[in-house]
Design a protein. Structure first.
Length: 171
DNA sequence: CCCTGATTCGC
DNA sequence: GCGAATCAGG
């Protein structure tokens, strides 16, 4: 998955709106949050006003100045690809109508690009989170990949399983 | 532990 | 330029 103009544009937009890197990565699909952060820095749009922490200065920058070897990676040396599943998932989205309601008014949680499935299209592994009013004609379901232990995707699980008492505090 | 962005550096 | 690994925090 490469950084097309369109994807970069989306990245800029979402970043400007204050979404976190992982949230943006979920929206774009096929990239990790590290990729998003890296791209953000390369685009020099790191600031973003004041959405998150005041960014206490990094006080690192002094790695082990070993004399000889060039390779580091102290931990486990695991090379090749890791992000493949997301790409396959994105391929499915390309065949579906896309909706980008990425931010819920009362919850600071990203809704991944909905597949807008009909009720009959749901399976055991599709997110059952409803889009819109069940009485409306536009009613559909999220349809993203559901978690292993629930009827919702990882993002909707946060909403679904959040206690009512916790929800109320947001507004 | 969950998460956040920041940085490094092999590729 | 890209992004995993890592770091430094909340």
């Amino acid at each position: 998955m490469n950084w097309t103009d369109e994807r970069v544009e989306t990245l800029k937009k979402l970043w400007a709106e204050g979404l976190s890197a992982s949230q943006i990565a979920a929206q774009l699909g096929g990239v990790s949050r590290n990729a998003v952060i890296g791209k953000v820095h390369r685009l020099k749009l790191s600031s973003r006003g004041r959405a998150t922490s005041p960014r206490t200065r990094q006080k690192k920058a002094a790695p082990a100045t070993q004399g000889t070897t060039t390779t580091r990676r102290p931990r486990n040396t695991r090379p090749t690809t890791v992000s493949v599943g997301a790409t396959a998932l994105q391929a499915q989205f390309d065949e579906e109508p896309v909706a980008r309601t990425y931010l819920r008014p009362t919850e600071n949680v990203v809704v991944p690009i909905s597949r807008k499935l009909e009720l009959v299209q749901l399976t055991e592994t599709t997110c059952k989170w409803p889009n819109g009013d069940p009485l409306s004609e536009d009613f559909s379901f999220c349809g993203n990949e559901a978690g292993e232990n629930g009827p919702y995707c990882t993002y909707h699980s946060r909403l679904a399983y959040q206690p009512a008492s916790e929800r109320r505090r947001s507004r």
